[in-house]
Design a protein. Structure first.
Length: 277
């Protein structure tokens, strides 16, 4: 039967590869891009809303010390309290507008006792890749408005550290309230809060993301198309192999051997050679 070629090792391997690729396109790659597109849309909506909405109190937007999520990130909150410069940590290996930088993270104790991690912005590197001098956080009680941000995650779970290369200044590899809480011994609520320009204690205000939808939606459609093309290609070659003369068929039409020139000349000579009487 012609269907036997489907059981050949080469065809089975091709079938496994094609269907595995298609399944990955439909269940992993395309949904991943759709999720990224959804996150981008949510971020854009939150930023657009924050440009006109009035800041809310942190307790109202994030009740019961809830961690920031996709629905609350980038929204503005108002906080009144006192900076705690002794617990300050500098985040290293940052990039701002294409150049190396550090971000200065200073805890702030609010009037209700809650401790927030405030990202005061960035400072540039000196000629030895160290931290350039920067202004200390203002003393006394301050009222500020900040953007809600989710903690960054370090896959290596590294703690803040200080050594001779940091001149005794605590540095971290991520902007993470948990890292600063561990290094300072403070109980800091989840997430961190990024200062905009003209806020008390701000250094170089971090630029906001561009309101761009990005390529994620088109990438998701491309992965769906790639998966469909792989299946359609497999189906096309399967149908082609079912027809007579397919590349894998074991039946081959008989082909008459072509005669050589010498053989044809010999036949002509025999044809015109006169027979004896």
């Amino acid at each position: 039967m012609r269907l036997r070629f489907l059981l050949r090792p080469g065809w089975l391997a091709l079938t496994v590869v094609v269907f595995t690729f298609a399944v990955c396109c439909y269940t992993l790659l395309s949904p991943w891009q759709f999720r990224r597109d959804g996150e981008q849309v949510a971020q854009n909506n939150a930023l657009t809303t924050s440009f006109t909405a009035k800041p809310k109190s942190a307790a109202e937007l994030l009740p019961q010390h809830a961690a920031p999520d996709q629905n609350t990130e980038w929204h503005l909150v108002s906080i009144t309290g006192t900076y705690l410069p002794s617990a300050e940590v500098v985040a290293r290996l940052r990039t701002v507008q294409g150049e190396g930088a550090y971000e200065v993270l200073t805890p702030l104790r609010a009037t209700d006792g809650t401790v927030y991690l405030i990202d005061r912005g960035y400072v540039r590197l000196d000629d030895k890749s160290g931290v350039l001098p920067y202004a200390a956080a203002p003393g006394g009680q301050v009222s500020l408005v900040a953007r809600v941000r989710s903690d960054e995650n370090d896959p290596k779970h590294r703690d803040a550290f200080s050594d001779a290369s940091t001149n005794g200044k605590l540095q971290s590899y991520t902007v993470d309230s948990r890292v600063v809480a561990k290094s300072s011994g403070l109980t800091i609520r989840p997430g961190y809060f990024q200062l905009d320009q003209k806020q008390p204690g701000v250094l170089g205000a971090l630029p906001l993301p561009q309101l761009d939808s990005g390529p994620y939606f088109s990438y998701a459609l491309q992965w769906l198309a790639f998966g469909s093309m792989a299946l359609l290609g497999w189906l096309y070659f399967t149908i082609r192999e079912l027809r007579p003369g397919g590349a894998l068929t074991t039946e081959r039409p008989d082909r008459t051997r072509r005669k050589s020139v010498a053989e044809m000349l010999a036949e002509d000579e025999d044809e015109y050679t006169p027979t004896a009487p």
